[in-house]
Design a protein around this ligand. Sequence first.
Ligand SMILES: Cc1cc2nc3c(=O)[nH]c(=O)nc-3n(C[C@H](O)[C@H](O)[C@H](O)COP(=O)(O)OP(=O)(O)OC[C@H]3O[C@@H](n4cnc5c(N)ncnc54)[C@H](O)[C@@H]3O)c2cc1C
Length: 505
Amino acid sequence: MNRLVLNNRDLNRHGWKMVRRAFCSDAPKGAAGTSSSDTDHNAKGEHENTAPQFDIAIIGGGMVGMGLASRMPLTKHLSVAIVDSNPALLNSTSIKKDDPPDPRVSTVTPTTISLFKGVGAWQYIEQHRHAYFDKMQVWDYTGLGFTRYNARDVNKEVLGCVVENKILHKSLLSCMQDSDLQKTIFPSRLTSMISSPSSATKALGSRSSREGSHDRGNLTKLELSDGNSLYAKLVVGADGSKSRVRELAGIKTTGWKYSQNAIICTVEHTEENRCAWQRFLPNGPLALLPIGDRYSNIVWTMDPKESLSRKAMNDEEFVRAVNHALNDGYGPQPKPRVSGGGGIFSWLGADVTSSSERFELPPKVVKLVSERMVFPLSLMHANSYASKRVVLIGDAAHTVHPLAGQGVNMGFGDAFTLSKVISEGVAMGSDIGEVSLLQKYEADRKTANIAMMAILDGFQKAYSVDFGPLNLIRAAAFYGANYIPPLKRHIISYASGEQRLPIFA
Ligand SMILES: Cc1cc2nc3c(=O)[nH]c(=O)nc-3n(C[C@H](O)[C@H](O)[C@H](O)COP(=O)(O)OP(=O)(O)OC[C@H]3O[C@@H](n4cnc5c(N)ncnc54)[C@H](O)[C@@H]3O)c2cc1C
């Protein structure tokens, strides 16, 4: 016997299984089966016949992969495998409220919050550090304009919530552990994927997921880095921007690198910050996001050379540089104007009387409390999200500039739409790996994602140029976004994930 299924006590308590490979002396040398010797061939044949079979294999158990898995209770009769070597998937220790904050955070939109509430994952987040914010201020270094958004402009209580990524991930994991579904974790990595040339398809439910080991014509075989292999009717690539699934499925991408890196870290103030701040500087935006207690998260975009020197600074120098960039550096701050002060843009004649938002100075940073991490930034979009038995979600399908904090929100949108399409397919007795079914998911998400990508890329470009006339146009855009109420409401609703832009609706 060359494979063992070990039931980890903790995981099993929650209906989870974890698969490990036992390396016995007679075990086949690697499930990829590159050897041509007869003995190895026979051993491989045996191994193939015992390799487990699933309806869905989710490759990548990051936030988006977990988002999909947590929605699977909608389709209770599906068997699901999750493949990821990330130790967080098997770690049963809980996160404590006073643990040091994780520098990787995400701003989640009200739509994402609703989706989390729908699967019961938001209650876990509410027990941990998180920060709702109801105000947001965006301005640039020229001092010509600013925009302040307030949740009450759209009759809402909040504009969003900032949550540490490890908490978002754990909340989805916990929610799944608490469900009665049988899922299997493979703590490994996908290495290869073989689609059967014979695609005789059978409707889901025509046999149990563990049966039919001799008739796997309608399945894709997945080979893992630890030598295990498995079969699945549908392979979901949730394996991030360098997706192996995308590569093995031969799906091409379009995109470009921004010549920008983002430095992220956690900082402390003397008082709690309750607003999301973003100042556009000549080399890129600097965001200060509340994360609860007296902490904020910094996402500072700049050219790669500058990011290396800012990472190398000592803590005190870095804190000084952040305060300079947010407050007194690079150029004048906009005048703290109240309603009616349209200034140089009063000729636009907008209804300024409804806005009473003043420009405010962001809170000073007093201390750096985490390491600084640097991420290169790029835009990438998969030319297709679906092919036979393969579908892409999250960063495997698209990556965007973090300036509006939309990346993982787009990924959760993918995961939740895909789960709906799969449920509908199951209800109709369709084959869940059929490309015609998966294209319904693609049609819905591609339109929404391309629209968001176009806007974010436009912003990135508009704010990367320091050129007099363009600075004025930008200032006019700030002015319009701040003082024209319908436009302001529209922007907030769109950024909240609540509505599509009319042209894409
Ligand atoms: C600086 C910065 C700030 C950001 N801020 C925000 C924000 O405020 N709001 C927001 O919405 N988004 C934000 N984003 C984007 C967000 O972080 C990503 O969109 C999100 O992490 C993507 O999640 P994912 O699960 O799709 O991919 P990933 O997080 O990359 O997860 C992929 C998973 O797949 C696994 N994997 C990879 N290869 C394999 C393989 N071969 N086999 C098995 N498993 C594999 C990995 O171990 C990993 O667990 C930000 C991004 C950056 C860089």
